[in-house]
Design a protein around this ligand. Structure first.
Ligand SMILES: C[S@@+](CC[C@H](N)C(=O)[O-])C[C@H]1O[C@@H](n2cnc3c(N)ncnc32)[C@H](O)[C@@H]1O
Length: 377
């Protein structure tokens, strides 16, 4: 197995390049990778029209949307209904004329102030908005249901979700939601501009007709996916020992996905330490890391099952930092992959960060790497 250092690719495994790309930037997702990364992988493995790609941890659908540019069919899986919703809004094929008519209808109404005291919005969520903004959000949320055709409601809801966060006091600080009071733009104006931009994005982006869909599910048990059905899997599982970032989306869930019980939504891999099997082979690692790799084994076994013989697996992983030292996720994951009938072609190290304890004591270096493997056969 080759270990290669390509720090020039470091930015590609982050979401940063997507911030300038239409549709990809409809929702900012710090934990995502970039369109350019997926595009590089599709080109490298000559994945073209008619082929099938799976992203079993699909996040905001970066893989799916990029595949749509190339006419490549794709399926995404994510445990988070919010991520699945965002992915599907981004890859949907819209009737632009109908969208424009719906937009005109939506913004033609005078805002009637909703009574927030009697609404279902929790005191947790209320703290992040001045009452006038929250009233407007609730007004538009209701109007979308009344005035917009059913097939376009997701489009307008995603625009409203993004506008609501930008017109709030929310500051997402790692795994925490903080309140930072500041002058806020008027929501209606902001939202209207946002929808205009989203419409322009659709006009200026050329996507192909092909299959693209995200489904809610667990990468450790992909029952709905048939054996040997994909030419390529490209994905980035949640990183080891990363903060529980689902908490920072609590406001989006409460306002826009009220039917989802938020308490049950978590980023999954390695979370169930209590349920961890005894006598595993990672005995010398911290419990969180052991639980993580046991879950990773399940996900990789599923990825092996659904990949066609000769198909490629491309995984982005990062080292975990613990007080006792750095856990080298790339080597351990590559070893797990090698336990199946995979040829691990290479590990490409793309980022390296100094890991510290108590902020000053250097305990090692955490690598972020791309693992590339081919299913034998
Ligand atoms: C690092 S993010 C992937 C980001 C994605 N590459 C993108 O560009 O948006 C990991 C994703 O895995 C999801 N996830 C966590 N555990 C999961 C599981 N067991 N099955 C499926 N998805 C899971 C999280 O909700 C999160 O969206």
């Amino acid at each position: 197995m080759i270990v290669e250092e390509r720090y020039d690719l470091g930015k590609l495994v982050t979401f940063i390049p997507n911030r300038r790309i239409p549709i990809h930037n409809w929702f900012y997702f710090k934990e995502g990778f970039s369109r350019d990364f997926v595009s590089m992988i599709l080109n490298k493995f000559k994945i073209d029209r008619g082929k099938w790609v799976l992203d079993p941890f699909c996040g905001v659908g970066t893989t799916l949307l990029t595949c749509k540019e190339y006419g490549v069919n794709s399926i995404g899986i994510d445990v988070s209904p919010l991520m699945v919703f965002i992915s599907n809004v981004k890859v949907k094929e819209y009737d632009l004329k109908k969208l424009k008519e719906d937009a005109q209808e939506l913004f033609s109404h005078r805002i009637k102030k909703t009574d927030i005291e009697n609404s279902e919005v929790s005191s947790f969520t209320r703290r992040f908005f001045p009452p006038r903004v929250l009233k407007e959000i609730l007004f538009f949320r209701e109007k979308i249901q009344e005035a917009v055709s059913e097939e376009n409601r997701g489009f307008f809801t995603l625009g409203l979700m993004d506008s609501a966060i930008k017109c709030s006091y929310i500051y997402k600080d790692g795994g925490l939601l903080k309140i930072v009071e500041r002058p806020l733009p008027p929501l209606r104006k902001f939202y209207r501009r946002r929808i205009k931009r989203m419409l322009r994005d659709l006009e200026n982006t050329e996507l192909q007709e092909c299959f693209a869909e995200a489904i809610t599910g667990d990468a450790r048990r992909m029952e709905k996916i048939e054996d040997e059905s994909f030419d390529l899997i490209v994905t980035s599982p949640p990183y080891l020992n990363k903060i529980e970032y689902t908490k920072v989306y609590r406001v989006e869930y409460e306002l826009f996905m009220p039917n989802v019980r938020f308490g049950q939504i978590r980023s999954y891999l390695g979370i169930d330490i209590k349920k961890m099997e005894k006598g595993d082979k990672y005995g010398n690692l911290p419990p969180v890391a052991r639980a993580y790799f046991i879950d990773m084994e399940k996900a990789i076994s599923e990825m092996y099952r659904v990949l066609k013989p000769g198909g490629q697996l491309v995984l982005v992983v990062a080292g975990g930092v613990f007080p006792t030292g750095v856990v080298e996720s790339d080597y351990i994951t590559a070893r797990i992959i090698g336990e199946y009938e995979f040829e691990v072609d290479r590990i490409v190290v793309v980022n390296r960060r100094v890991a510290t304890r108590d902020r000053v004591i250097k305990i090692g270096e955490a690598r972020e790497s791309i693992i590339i493997a081919t299913k034998k056969g």
